[in-house]
Design a protein around this ligand. Structure first.
Ligand code: PMP
Length: 398
């Protein structure tokens, strides 16, 4: 007889929310379904041969190190490579201000663990990355949404007036997940100014910044306010998500607290992965591969745009991201993407419904499409199937 574990659960566990994306995509696992759902990089970008060579080389050179525990802060060789990449981009970061994490999802969790009490407010985008919302919920925090065009000061001052001053602002300034939108320099400055005025922290989540297809890159929010920004980075989209390698750049006091939190979470991020990635970067493979990845994803973004323009009926609009992996579709107001999902699955195409990214429960007429993963042929077929599903739903209304 199985026991009923509900009575044993902690309050934190009770406030955790299952990923609606994973649940939805389980439905979309059938081989005949073309999925624009997950945030998967394209397997063509994985540097298999280079990694075979580096792993053999390092196993010859330093097997004891590779297979041993590492320090909680992370490998010096790896952190030096991360610092070098920032330096090349014009940002001076000391390696003592870098904590290696088991990809950026762990950074979101550790930061939530260190800063959030039950009932605390976190200000985040409408829409915003679901995995971050999950991290906030799991510490019983309350995300409050702000639209891209809303004035941050008005929202923060209204929250403060009702005793709900946010602990931090969560932002994905470059090629946001899910919308694909990038914050202008003015917007970054506005948010930093508000954080300074009201003494708030900022969590800048930046997995896509280096995947820019065109246009001018903007400075990180960290560079605008290094005293209060925690910058989370990852190699998941520029190298391989299977390595689970990420990091946080933050002021000394914050890094120190995050190290203590990480000690009880996993002691250290696999040193094997860090050393392999560090050597991969040292040899210059990272930059060469990143350029190829950018070219491939730009091509895929263009292709998806072409097919969207070709197949989508009147009344459907979409964003044009200058980088990253996603674009966001808005359907006519009356349409519900959840209902569309059921029709789309019958047409053998999948996506992520937009409302899972809205902490205010709205966004019913939106959906996210990933353009990095599917082949060119599947892209055409998939967009055509999606357009058919939308047309079917529109025809039912008439
Ligand atoms: N932040 C954002 C905005 C993301 O889109 C993702 C992955 N989709 C993550 C964090 C987590 O990525 P990882 O843990 O693989 O670094």
């Amino acid at each position: 007889m199985p026991i009923n574990i509900t009575d044993f659960l902690s309050d934190n566990a009770k406030s955790m929310r299952r990923s609606a994306i994973r649940d939805l995509l389980n439905v979309a696992n059938r081989p005949e379904i073309i999925s624009f759902g997950g945030g998967f990089p394209n397997a063509e970008t994985f540097p298999v041969d280079e990694l075979k060579q580096i792993i053999a080389e390092l196993m010859e050179e330093m097997p004891e190190k590779l297979l041993q525990y590492g320090s909680t802060e992370g490998s010096v060789a790896f952190r030096k490579q991360i610092a070098k990449r920032y330096k090349d981009a014009g940002l001076d970061v000391d390696i003592k201000n870098i904590l290696v994490t088991t990809a950026s999802q762990q950074a979101l969790d550790l930061i939530s663990r260190v800063f959030l009490n039950p009932g605390d407010t976190v200000l985040c985008g409408l829409p915003s990355y679901l995995g971050a919302l999950q991290a906030f919920y799991s510490y019983q925090a309350c995300p409050v949404g702000i639209k891209h065009d809303e004035e941050a000061e008005a929202v923060v001052s209204a929250l403060c007036a009702t005793g709900r001053k946010p602990k931090f602002i969560y932002a994905i300034p470059d090629f946001q997940n899910p919308s694909g939108v990038t914050m202008t320099l003015e917007k970054r400055q506005e948010i930093v100014d508000v954080a300074r005025k009201y003494d708030l922290l900022i969590l800048e989540d930046s997995p896509y910044k280096e995947i820019r297809f065109e246009g001018q890159a903007y400075p990180t929010m960290y560079s605008l306010a290094p005293e209060r920004v925690m910058l989370a980075g990852t190699l998941s989209k520029t190298f391989a998500p299977g390595f689970r390698l990420g990091w946080v750049v933050a002021p000394d006091q914050i890094i120190d607290r995050l190290i203590v939190a990480k000690q009880s979470a996993d002691l250290c991020t696999p040193i094997f992965n860090q050393e392999v990635a560090a050597r991969y970067m040292e040899k210059g493979y990272f930059d060469v591969n990143l350029r190829k990845t950018i070219d491939l994803y730009r091509h895929k973004r263009d292709l998806m745009h072409k097919y969207l323009s070709e197949f989508m009926p009147e009344g459907v609009t979409w964003t044009r991201p200058e980088g990253g992996l996603f674009l966001f579709i808005t359907l006519p107001e009356w349409m519900n993407a959840k209902e569309l999902f059921d029709i789309a699955i019958k047409e053998n195409v999948a996506f992520v419904i937009g409302e899972v990214f809205y902490c205010d429960g709205k966004g019913q007429n939106t959906l996210r499409l990933n353009f990095s993963y599917v082949s060119d042929e599947m892209m055409k077929e998939g967009v055509s199937r999606l357009a058919n599903a939308i047309k079917k739903m529109m025809a039912r209304k008439k």
